[in-house]
Design a protein around this ligand. Structure first.
Ligand code: PEP
Ligand code: MG
Length: 924
């Protein structure tokens, strides 16, 4: 038999599956195997592999792979032996759950079916087994609904309607108020619903049910929810491909008051506190906790209600953590006093909790520093920079819910996910999604919202788990709020809010406010400082910041930047007081006029630079000479044309008024009338209007003269500096004088001058000649030289190709990957992202947006060549990156590999970049 004809093994019992092989068995399946094998009390079961799922999805007409059903039957036999029950046995029936589970956890995105194996006959067996008809009918109606919905596509509403009718008839407010007879009626009605909707009776044969359920779970991998989720979280086939199916013996948490079901975290996923955290519901089934239908009790209460189980849970927690060496999120069920662990996976936590648990698990000797760093995705840290409510601001909360995901957010209230998407995503408004409870199909509303508020459900409800994963604030179970979706309104005590009203939620305290409450920037926690300290020791790349103002620079320092890699001087010109002077400089008709404007800018720029040097002392500050096309500072041509038009009309009217006044004077000779007519003539001074017209015309002429068809490739950067040397000279003088001032004050600094858009060494030589002569002057005047470095941006393709030559004139290279990406692809950085790039990404022509994720294959190749060639000329040349990619983890990994010395990014990305730099070094 050759390899291709060897049948793949598609089914593994929990005793035999490889707990490390999540790709094949899914995260849940692998863990069930592993938990079984380390001796935890897991209900017996088996896993059908993700390979079987892929084979099924790829087969024409969707057929299960050959031999699968036979293997499943054999494993069911084994389950029967282990449990002493029979699948379909009317005396002592075996019931199973059929659960999805892919390599990467996708909470609520795929389907699960419980209580499978029930039919009218086995139901009698269940009643006999449990001596509890109410429980048994309850299990039956749950199964019919879930199976009907998931496997047969019957809408939930059809079942809900019947259920409500029976409840009404029985005068029951809650589900628990229904008797066994009521539930029997519900079951019968549900069977009818299925038959009417599908045109066939509900499948009664347990093996038929199992086969249909397996197919449904496989198919849910390609369901819209799951596909959207994978897209959003970039779960590519190399990370998770297909879902496994776990068939597990049912255990029941709803067998009375000695039974319960719950969800636990080995540490608090909101704060990281080293304490068992979670919720449970007595006499309930698992889905009641997750779906947030009843509000569960906090874990602490278990100590009182079931002290023995509380002790066993504490032991389970220790076993899970010491085995997995990672915070675990586990589900448990207590069936008549017996504790079962149903699943475990690595806990999804917010950034604060990830950081705290990393530091504490290392300090407890559970993990190494490297593991502590590597378990945190760098991007997650951005959450720690989220705003919180200003503690100084006093406001009355209108409702209190559970603090389900920290951070504060405000926005207009919207009551359904589609509306959230419309207003939040399409119209760019800030929205808070307000629901009674959320369901997986609301996921698009989460993406579009600033925060989530629910009136029902606990901290492990769908809303809470998903919001936490996304790092969005969430208040769950705010029971004081009554949501009326139809009226798009919510009632809170005496007041109410409607769609469109602004509300604020605080996911850290669980409070809800009407209106907008001010927020403050969060602080670094001490644990984050510790962790990033470890990161800096591990990494090779330094992290600098792109910062243009002293405030930016201070923030960058706080976040741990070791210098400024890019200060864009044009941003300093956009100040309301500066702009008129800059415009004067641009529209100057003579060199003298231009010089006069530059003379006024010089002291302002000198102060800008001195402030930056002082804040960043003793770290390097890299100042880039003016880059963008100067027409960017000028008014818009069409606006000017409109204004000129209006002025011409005014001139016309003014002339008309003068004629009118003259003519009226002929008719009325009285002094009073003459004086009125004089005031009329003076109402608008024609000379003033003419003057305004002249000024606007000059400006329009200038704007037209400076117009370029392709400004991004036009008169900008060093080209501007060479055509108008006095602009660069003013900036160079301001830098060197600011540096000399600092040196005089004993402030240690490292100024660096950087030239943008360079394509040939001759440009650098020309600018360097300005630098040298101004430096000489400054040296004479201050009596001491200034230490500085002179370097170039590498952001045009020719600069890469001529790197060995540029290195002769530059102490450092700084990759401007925004422009370099534009130049390499010939995609306009201004337009591509709004025009064709989304289509390119959706259709898979390009996997990423190259303006966000560095295109390693193309742009990266150029960068590598430039580094190699630059180093041939100047082996110690300092090389960094300052395009947006400098703050992106995958791009940082590339920069590490390409041998760069530093990355530079905006201040809030600095912590992310520090951790990403460590990851790059540790993965290398
Ligand atoms: C770049 O091009 O990558 C860069 C940093 O410069 P700017 O974005 O200012 O053009
Ligand atoms: Mg650039």
């Amino acid at each position: 038999m050759d390899a291709s004809t060897v049948a793949k093994k598609h089914v593994f019992s929990f005793e035999e599956g490889d707990g490390k092989n999540k790709k094949l068995l899914g995260g849940k399946g692998a863990n069930l195997c592993e938990m079984t094998q380390i001796g935890l009390n897991v209900p017996p079961g088996f896993v059908i592999t993700t390979e079987a799922c892929l084979d099924y999805l790829a087969s024409p007409g969707r057929a299960l792979p050959a031999g699968l059903i036979e293997a499943v039957q054999a494993h069911m036999k084994a389950l029967e032996q282990k449990t002493g029950k029979g699948f379909g046995d009317p005396e002592n029936p075996l019931l199973v759950s059929v659960r999805s589970g892919s390599a990467i956890s996708m909470p609520g995105m795929m389907d699960t079916i419980l209580n499978l194996g029930l039919n009218r006959e086995t139901l009698q067996g269940l009643i006999h087994q449990t001596d509890d008809p109410r429980f048994s009918y309850d299990a039956y109606r749950r199964f019919i609904q879930l199976f009907g919905k998931v496997a047969l596509g019957v809408p939930d509403e059809l079942f809900d309607k019947q259920f409500e009718e029976v409840k009404k008839k029985a005068h029951a407010k809650e589900d628990v108020g229904l008797s066994a007879d009521d539930l029997e009626e519900v079951s019968e009605r549900f069977l009818k619903v299925v038959e009417e909707h599908t045109g066939k009776p509900f499948p009664k044969e347990p093996f038929d049910q199992l086969e249909i359920a397996i197919k449904a779970v496989f198919s849910s991998w390609m369901g819209r929810r799951a596909v959207d989720y994978r897209k959003q979280f970039r779960i590519t086939p190399d990370k998770a491909n297909g879902t496994a199916v776990n068939v597990v013996t049912m255990v029941f948490g709803n067998r009375g008051n000695d039974s319960a079901t719950g969800v636990g975290f080995t540490r608090n996923p909101g704060t990281g506190e080293n304490k068992l955290y979670g919720e449970y519901l007595v006499n309930a089934q698992g889905e009641d906790v997750v779906a947030g239908i009843r509000t569960p009790k906090p874990m602490d209460r278990l100590d009182v209600e079931m002290p023995q189980i509380a002790k066993e849970l504490a032991e389970l927690r220790d076993k899970l953590e010491s085995h997995y060496r990672e915070v675990q999120d586990f589900e448990f069920t207590i069936e008549r006093g017996q504790l079962y662990c149903l699943q475990t996976r690595n806990g999804k936590m917010n950034a604060q909790a990830m950081v705290r648990t990393s530091v504490e698990m290392h300090n407890d000797g559970l993990i190494s520093k490297e593991e502590a760093l590597l378990r945190i995705e760098p991007d997650l840290l951005e959450q720690m920079l989220f705003p919180r409510l200003d503690p100084k601001f006093k406001a009355e909360a209108v409702a209190q819910g559970l603090p389900a995901s920290p951070g504060a957010a405000h926005g207009i209230a919207v009551f359904d996910a589609d509306r959230a998407e419309q207003l939040g995503k399409d119209m760019g408004q800030k929205v808070i999604l307000v629901r009674e409870e959320t369901k997986p199909e609301d996921i698009h509303g989460f993406f579009a919202s600033q925060g989530i508020l629910t009136s029902r459900g606990g901290k492990t409800s769908h809303a809470a788990v998903v919001a936490r994963g996304m790092g969005k604030p969430c208040v769950a179970g705010a029971e004081g709020i009554a949501v009326d979706v139809a009226r798009r309104e919510a009632y809170v005590g005496e007041t109410s809010f409607r769609e469109g009203d602004v509300i604020t939620i605080d996911g850290t305290s669980g409070k809800v406010y009407l209106g907008q409450i001010p927020t403050v920037e969060p602080d670094f926690t001490p644990e984050l400082g510790t962790l990033l300290g470890w990161a800096d020791t591990a990494s090779k790349l330094k992290v600098m910041a792109n910062a243009d103002t002293p405030d930016d620079a201070r923030r960058a320092l706080k976040y741990g930047a070791v210098g400024i890699g890019l200060a864009r001087t044009e941003r300093m010109f956009n100040d309301v007081e500066r702009l008129p002077i800059v415009i004067e400089m641009i529209v100057a008709e003579t060199p003298e006029q231009r010089q006069a404007a530059l003379d006024r800018l010089l002291p302002l720029q000198r102060k800008d630079f001195r402030d930056l040097f002082e804040v960043m002392s003793p770290n390097p500050v890299t100042i880039r000479l003016l880059d963008p096309p100067i027409h960017e500072f000028l008014p818009d041509e069409h606006q000017l044309e409109r204004e000129l038009n209006e002025l011409h009309q005014l001139a016309e009217t003014t002339r008309g008024m003068a004629v009118l006044a003259g003519a009226m004077g002929l008719l009325h000779a009285s002094d009073k009338v003459r004086s009125d007519l004089d005031s009329m003539r003076r109402l608008v001074d024609p000379a003033m209007v003419e003057d305004a017209i002249a000024k606007k015309e000059t400006m329009l002429r200038k704007v037209r003269a400076l117009h370029e068809t392709n400004p991004m490739l036009g008169h900008r950067g060093v080209r501007l500096g060479i055509s108008f040397p006095e602009i660069y000279q003013m900036q160079i003088r301001a830098i060197l004088e600011a540096a000399a001032d600092c040196a005089k004050m004993g402030i240690e600094i490292q100024p660096q001058i950087k030239v943008p858009q360079v394509c040939t060494k001759q440009e650098l030589i020309r600018v360097k000649s300005f630098v040298d002569s101004i430096h000489e002057e400054v040296k004479q005047r201050y009596g001491h030289p200034v230490n500085f470095k002179f370097g170039t941006m590498i952001e045009v393709v020719r600069a890469c190709m001529r790197a060995e030559s540029l290195a002769e004139a530059a102490d450092f290279f700084s990759f401007g990957t925004n422009d370099l990406t534009q130049a390499t692809f010939s995609f306009s950085r201004e337009d591509a992202e709004n025009k064709f790039l989304p289509l390119y990404n959706q259709s898979g022509i390009l996997q990423d947006n190259p303006f966000e994720v560095l295109d390693v294959k193309g742009v990266g190749k150029l960068m590598k060549l430039a580094v190699e060639w630059g180093k041939q000329t100047r082996p110690d040349i300092h090389v960094g990156i300052c395009g947006e990619h400098g703050g992106h983890p995958a791009s940082i990994a590339f920069c590490h590999e390409a041998g760069l010395d530093y990355v530079s990014c905006s201040a809030p990305r600095v912590p992310v970049a520090r951790l990403a730099a460590a990851h790059a070094a540790l993965h290398a």
